[in-house]
Write a protein that binds this ligand. Sequence first.
Ligand SMILES: Cc1ncc(COP(=O)(O)O)c(C=O)c1O
Length: 426
Amino acid sequence: MLAALGGTPEVTAPHPHNDLCAFSPADKAVITAHLDAGGTTSYYGRDGELREFEDELAAFFGRAHCVAVNSGTNALHSAFFGIGLQPGDEVIVPSYTFLATVSPLFALRAVPVLADCEPDTGTIDPEDIARRITPRTKAIVVTHQFGHPVEMDAVMDLAERHGLKVVEDNSLAFGATYKGRRTGSLGHVAAFSLGSTKMVSGGQGGALVTDDPEVMERANLLGHFVRRSVTEVSSPFYRRFVTTGYGHNYRMHALAVTMARGRLRRLDELVASRHQRLERLSAGLSDLPFVEPPVTRPHVHRGQWGGYTASYDAEAAGVDIDTFVSALEAEGLEVAARGYHPLLHRAEFFRTAEDGYYPAQPWHAKRLYREGDLPRSEWHADRQIAFPIFLDEPLELVDGYVRAVRKVVEGLDALRKTARQAASAV
Ligand SMILES: Cc1ncc(COP(=O)(O)O)c(C=O)c1O
């Protein structure tokens, strides 16, 4: 019997099932080694292990420059500032992404223009980007959502034809490839989080990589005044400002550098471990009706696979997603209906002009959205069930998830019957 109807839960392991914020023994080893060696607390210049880490990241992505910062959000801010966005510039962004892909645009008073996604993968749809380009469009931002690369050939083709910059948010796709090329090396600049839930994590942190020296210099000036900018900023125009910088302190903590660098060295091992678990989950769900594991197109590899959502067809199943997910939770699973985060165009910030932030002048006018404006994103997100992104948990736990989902699908008749009885009792 389903646990939701009084039966025994399938999974009894205590929560959280997947603690992405925990220090691993390998993290502890590199941090201890740094402390024992009398390592620094702070890199004011581009020195020591920070320099080595940035060089390794630049080499990993095949880029000339890397600037490490203290969060993915600030890496994106640095990238947006780096490409020279001005107030009122329109930037096409996905609605189906984490808010920080877009929110640093607010600080520049640039105007996010939300675009729809591809229905199967949830990644931004290049055809919808094309429809939203205007003479004021300056850039496109893409998220390789949950590790699935965006169709970058089409995006870069559009960018070239319209003279636009492309920023990749590679936070969820470290190590992913698109047609054999690494995500993060495909646009003009890539920014990513090295925060606690990411595979290459320092607990907090972020970085950008680019081949463009002007982007690199502007990113240095935005968040790294004096000692770092003095050595990194050499062009005559920007050199005049190295002592003041442009007003922020985005330095990455020294221990975060050490920890993230240790994770980068173990990336292949970590990716293999996650893929083993998430592919096992997908294989266990693949023959079920009403539940579809995430789609991975043949020409891509998901790398760190920074999110796992399965699609649930409530209409065909005859049980709404909230009831279905509650039944999974009753079985002991840590799952969530409609993905990890709400769509951006459903957030109040994108629904009102009176946001206490954007000036009212018409050239700053923010785009506002209503339900129905991005139908494929709504359709996609409303079907998603978010799972833990297993990393090194016992395979038995993954098998427990498979058994629990199968049990609830097999118990749909009982859920329908209970729902009918509840409705007729009202
Ligand atoms: C896609 C995406 N972009 C940006 C960020 C922001 O990174 P941070 O939390 O390091 O600021 C995250 C963090 O979860 C993310 O998932």
